[in-house]
Design a protein. Structure first.
Lengths: 273, 661
């Protein structure tokens, strides 16, 4: 299932030129529980890839493996062909992998703008400790640039009215947007979104889907998205991976997933349980 | 071999007592997720209660033991659980640490108020007879204690494996909310665990009392030895905690013998026996595989991140600084000499508190060994002066000597989150005190180092006012540096790290450097403070900077406000000025108790008393101090929530899961 198999939203720009994020045969065990058992996903640039599955299927765990927070027992994660196994989470981020969290990870004591600016500023950090400590002086021009970039992101995400609110005082839905904005501000090539629409109402959710599409179309980034809102997933994802109890169940287009009896069974079975 | 037998017997006996304490810790920790630093204080209170019941009231020892262990112990457990920790639900682990430290400090203060500082002898519990086993004489008490510990250990193991309540407790560990749903009453079970754990602590305290007397500090220090044994079992394994305690007990006694036989010349080794548990604690924490210590603290209930720290508190505190300098400049002209002396101490303490607030308030990493930095700064200054180094270079070097030692603590600071970092620093503090304080490069065998006043431009600053201005100048320079750290990008990075370390990491920033630097800077200024404090009184002694001081400082600073310079200033005032104005000896003890209570009450406030006052208009309690990443408790908590979330994510439904905060 290369991106070429899946022509509908890729618009042909960057897709195909670079590989994007690929996880192959990932295995993760927590004690006796096998949370992931040989799972592979592929998130190329220029495409929104869905990752769905019932609660506890291992979606968040897979995200943690991709971003380096969880060491897999087996399997391989590559970004544009480069093996990430020995790369720390921060290095992966510097190489272009961004993410948000299902359980929000915000800078709660800072304002929305500061959160976003933090993301913007991180673009210029390299591996060396001096820059990591934020000690390297940044000139006035750089600061203006940071402000400007943050303004843009705030505008694009519709967060302008909240810019000066302390993040800790926001609602979950707003918090999710801030996380997205912060991750976007970093200019990732591949963005992992863990349940970005939960906390939004159906109308907001549709709006949000549109924003994501625009984002992908305008910047050519790749998105891998875990989402429980099936209508949103089926609406915007070009390709969908389905997990069940840590095992790959199927992968295909929205139409294929919608009509798959296996998927129906996994979800309905889960509900009956 | 027979030489060793008495030591082994003694080792097994003391080990058994630690085993009781350690198992109590494990029971409460695994069931409630709260590590109780005040475990030793519960033991101590029980020992005093035993004293009161037997000596004051004349009850028979057996009856007294019964009342204390089965009455007072569980009662304390209930109070601690329901009164102190329950209301923290959803707070970060740092708040839990602070509350239990506050409790420890408060109980110690209370006991000294009630019973005085000297040790109270208590009657023996068991008949004072020995059994002659040929090679060795074994006391009845030794047999009894060993049997009791082994029996209770076995009992606990069976209880957890076989009884419904025991199984419920384990279910609660696994998943409190799930346990609730499946019928086990998690809340009641947790309380039960607290009663159980607390009565084990009581028993340990009562069993130690006849040999040691009821003694506030000694008992606390001994019972915290159980921390090491518990850490060997990662705080969750009963059998390892038991075996570890016995092992450490025996090893401790054997090392007493070895040290006295082979190394009696090595003064630093004399502290080895009591240090073993802390060596175990510190080593286990810093060498264990990353992530093997998982915090169980229930951040299940999403943190109420309604923080109310005024945004202004993140700017450079020009006004507070001006006030401090202004007041500082006029004090000598208004105050008597003795008041100016107090003010000098205060200025030096301000440096200390401000260095501590970098950790506690900014990066929200709890350091429980700040006294080590201060002591080391003071003694190094003294040693360098003795070698002829002039004051200012010597002071600077004293600060720099502490930097790598503080940097050593950055290892656990990077690897471990909230609770475990606090434990590691605690272990380090006690270890350093036991093992290194009496070596010649710290206090030496006399426990005392002379420190001279500085000489500036050929004048010895021996006058009260001259020295005061000297300290004031250094204090202002130090505080400005600390505030610059807070107000600049490094400060913002540290604050972001405290809010969410994983978010910082996944934005591409490696936080190792920042976490190391903040420990080093903090240690440096603590050492400077130590140098100035000791130079004022021209001497420094072991007793001024025991591990307990570190705990009191943390309690005071949290109560006053750890996030701003104003908080550090208030902490200084509360700690230094109050005893200066109220010279009654009891004031100090009351002070200690109130600091403890203050820390308990304000652990969740964003910036202690100062925060409450500056935020009066919009007071809402803030539920989150340092928190943890999703790779650890976060994932755990997420999982808990997810399993409970309505699983209605059918292919047609709209947002389903309860990923709400
Ligand atoms: N740190 C951990 N320790 C132990 N088990 C874990 C841990 N993290 C996740 N698990 C388990 O791994 C399995 C997969 O969890 P994961 O969070 O990846 O599922 P998910 O697909 O994201 O579910 P949801 O849709 O509810 O978010 C679950 O059974 C969970 O209980
Ligand atoms: Mg998930």
């Amino acid at each position: 299932m290369s991106p070429a198999d899946n022509p509908n939203h890729t618009a042909g720009q960057i897709a195909g030129q670079s590989e994007g994020l690929r996880a192959d045969d990932v295995v993760v065990k927590f004690g006796g529980l096998t949370a992931l058992d040989g799972v592979s996903v592929h998130a190329p640039p220029g495409r929104i890839t869905g990752l769905i599955g019932p609660n506890g299927a291992g979606k968040t765990t897979l995200f943690n493996v991709c971003s380096g927070l969880q060491v897999p027992a087996a399997g391989k994660v590559t970004l544009d062909g480069e093996d990430l196994a020995r790369h720390s989470p921060s290095r992966r981020a510097r190489e272009g992998l961004g993410r948000t969290f299902q359980r929000l990870e915000l800078f709660g004591t800072m304002t929305v703008r500061e959160n976003v600016e933090f993301g913007v500023e991180a673009r210029w950090l390299s591996w060396d400790p001096i820059s990591q400590l934020g000690l390297r002086s940044s000139g006035r021009a750089r600061r203006r640039e940071i402000r400007h970039a943050a303004d843009e992101v705030l505008h694009a995400t519709g967060l302008e009215p909240l810019a000066d609110r302390v993040v800790g005082s926001l609602s979950t839905g707003q918090g999710r947007l801030v996380e997205l904005a912060r991750a976007m501000a970093r200019n990732p090539r591949i963005l992992l979104l863990d349940e970005p629409s939960s906390g939004l109402d159906p109308a907001e959710s549709r709006d949000f889907g549109r924003q994501l599409r625009e984002l992908v179309a305008s910047r050519g980034i790749g998105i891998l998205m875990v989402e429980h809102d099936m209508s949103l997933v089926l609406d915007i994802c070009d390709w969908i991976f389905v997990l069940d109890f840590g095992k790959p169940l199927m992968a295909g287009t929205a139409g294929e997933v919608r009509n798959s009896p296996d998927v129906q069974a996994a979800y309905l079975g889960k509900e009956a349980a | 071999m027979s030489d060793y037998l008495p030591f082994i017997v003694l080792g097994i006996t003391t080990g058994s007592i630690y085993a009781l304490a350690a198992m109590g810790l494990v029971v409460t920790y695994t069931t409630s997720g709260v590590f109780n630093f005040a475990h030793g204080a519960v033991a101590m209170v029980s020992a005093y209660a035993y004293y009161t019941l037997t000596v004051d009231w004349g009850l028979a020892p057996e009856l007294a033991v019964f009342l204390v262990v089965l009455g007072l112990g569980p009662l304390v457990g209930v109070i601690v659980d329901r009164g102190l920790f329950r209301r923290l639900q959803g707070a970060g682990s740092a708040a839990y640490v602070v509350v239990s430290i506050g409790l420890l400090v408060a109980l110690q203060g209370l006991v000294i108020i009630m019973y005085g500082p000297t040790s109270k002898p208590v009657p023996p519990i068991f008949p004072q007879k020995v059994v002659d086993l040929g090679a060795v004489n074994v006391g009845y008490d030794q047999i009894a204690i060993t049997t009791i510990a082994a029996g209770l250990g076995l009992g606990l193991a069976l209880f957890f494996k076989r009884t419904q309540t025991g199984l419920d407790m384990r279910a609660v560990v696994d998943d409190p909310q799930l346990a609730e749903l499946t019928g086990a009453n998690a809340s009641r079970t947790t309380t039960l665990a607290w009663m159980l754990g607390s009565s084990f602590a009581s028993l340990a305290g009562v069993l130690l009392a006849p040999t040691l007397g009821a003694d506030a500090l000694v008992l606390i220090l001994l019972v915290v030895q159980a921390f090491g044994a518990a850490a060997l079992g990662r705080l969750v394994s009963l059998p390892i905690a038991y075996a570890g305690a016995i092992g450490l007990g025996v090893l401790g006694q054997l090392s007493i013998k070895w040290v006295s036989e082979y190394a009696s010349g090595q003064t630093w080794l004399s502290g080895l026996p009591q240090s073993l548990p802390f060596i175990a604690l510190f080593t286990v924490l810093i060498v264990s595989k990353k992530g093997s210590f998982k915090e169980l603290t229930k951040s299940v209930q999403a943190r109420s991140s309604s923080q109310t720290l005024a945004p202004g508190s993140r700017r450079f505190p020009a006004i507070v600084l001006t006030v401090i300098v202004g007041v500082g400049l006029v004090i000598p002209s208004l105050a008597t000499d003795s008041r100016t002396t107090t003010a000098t101490t205060a200025m030096a303490m301000l440096i200390m508190f401000s260095s501590l607030s970098l950790l506690l308030g900014l990066s929200r990493q709890i350091s429980l060994c700040h006294a080590v930095f201060v002591a080391l700064g003071a003694t190094t200054l003294g040693h360098l002066q003795a070698d002829g180094v002039p004051f200012l270079p010597a002071l600077l070097m004293a600060g720099l000597v502490v930097v790598p030692i503080a940097g050593l603590l950055a290892i656990p600071a990077i690897r471990l989150s909230g609770l475990f970092l606090a434990l590691a620093t605690f272990g380090f503090g006690v270890l350093f005190q036991n093992l290194l304080y009496n070596t010649s490069w710290v206090f030496g065998t006399s426990g005392q180092v002379a420190v001279e006043r500085p000489t500036l431009f050929g004048n010895l600053l021996d006058g009260t006012n001259e020295f005061y201005f000297f300290v004031l100048a250094i204090a202002v320079a130090s505080v400005v540096t600390v505030e610059l750290v807070r107000a600049t990008r490094l400060g913002r990075l540290l604050r972001a790290t405290a809010d969410s370390n994983v978010a910082v990491e996944t934005l591409g920033i490696n936080t190792t450097a920042a976490r190391t630097v903040v420990f080093c800077v903090s240690g440096f200024f603590a050492a400077i403070a130590g140098g100035l404090l000791s130079s004022q009184v021209t001497t420094v002694g072991t007793s001024s900077y025991s591990f307990f001081q570190s705990l009191i400082w943390v309690a005071v600073l949290v109560a006053a406000g750890s996030a701003t310079l104003g908080g550090a200033a208030l902490a200084t005032t509360m700690l230094v000025a109050i005893p200066a104005f109220f010279t009654d000896a009891d004031v100090i003890n009351y002070q200690t108790m109130f600091f403890g209570i203050g820390a308990i009450l304000l652990a969740q406030a964003p910036n202690g008393l100062v925060g409450l006052v500056t935020n009066l208009p919009n007071t809402r309690l803030w539920g989150r101090m340092a928190d943890d990443g999703p790779a650890r408790a976060g994932a755990h908590a997420t999982r808990r929530r997810q399993r409970l979330a309505p699983t209605s994510a059918t292919p047609t439904s709209v947002p389903a899961t309860g990923a709400t905060r």
